[in-house]
Write a new protein. Structure first.
Length: 209
């Protein structure tokens, strides 16, 4: 079993709760599982846009490419290969400004590709990787699980929707929320959440077995 952990927080674990979630998950998963990390803040990942489409066209026609276009193709291929090779994909990321970090958005843009992760049919798009399992490790200082706030949460919801679009239904979510809103209970909230992170990591041993 190949596990890919997409790390999308460059704050130290002492300051970023989702960084700590990543750290706890990696410490708990054990050495007998093939696990790799794709750190979106350390990878060379130019933004997705017209340069990417130009690069794809030039590549198909074997035309010379600019340095930026070559970087885009290299980066997108690396992200796609990592995602496609994984049996389990773990996303560790925070809610920043009600959405996901820009670097994680770029990763999603790279793997959101017709013919690879989904296809168009006469009945609408169909996901092409339904066999994958996804684990979402998300932290948010406020509380967004209430009916009033849920519509404003566009981080875990976004990742879940994209994975569903790819055909993935086996999604385990570990959400830590409210620690900034309730400083007196912050340590308790975070500690309880880290236990659930450990459970998520240990669940992969069951799959492996």
């Amino acid at each position: 079993m190949n596990v890919l952990v997409v790390k999308a927080n460059n704050r130290p674990a002492s300051e970023g709760v989702s960084s700590k979630m990543y750290e706890v998950f990696m410490n708990e998963i054990g050495n007998d599982i093939n696990v790799s990390t794709f750190d979106v803040f350390k990878e060379d990942m130019p933004y997705f846009g017209q340069d990417f489409f130009d690069a794809m066209q030039k590549s198909a026609q074997a035309e010379p490419m600019s340095d930026l276009e070559q970087r885009l193709l290299t980066a997108s291929s690396k992200a796609m290969d990592a995602f496609m090779d994984a049996d389990v994909v773990v996303f560790a990321f925070p809610l920043w400004n009600m959405t996901i970090p820009a670097a994680l958005q770029t990763f999603i843009d790279y793997i959101y590709r017709a013919g690879m992760t989904f296809k168009y049919t006469e009945n609408g798009p169909v996901g092409l990787v339904p066999e994958k399992k996804v684990i979402i490790l998300n932290a948010r200082g406020g509380i967004y699980s209430t009916p009033e706030m849920a519509p404003a949460e566009m981080s875990a919801t976004y990742i879940r929707n994209i994975m569903n679009f790819f055909g993935i239904q086996d999604i385990n979510e570990v959400i830590i929320e409210g620690h900034a809103l309730d400083p007196e209970r912050a340590n308790e909230i975070i500690a309880e959440g880290m236990e659930r992170v450990r459970d998520a990591a240990n669940s992969l041993q069951t799959i492996k077995a």
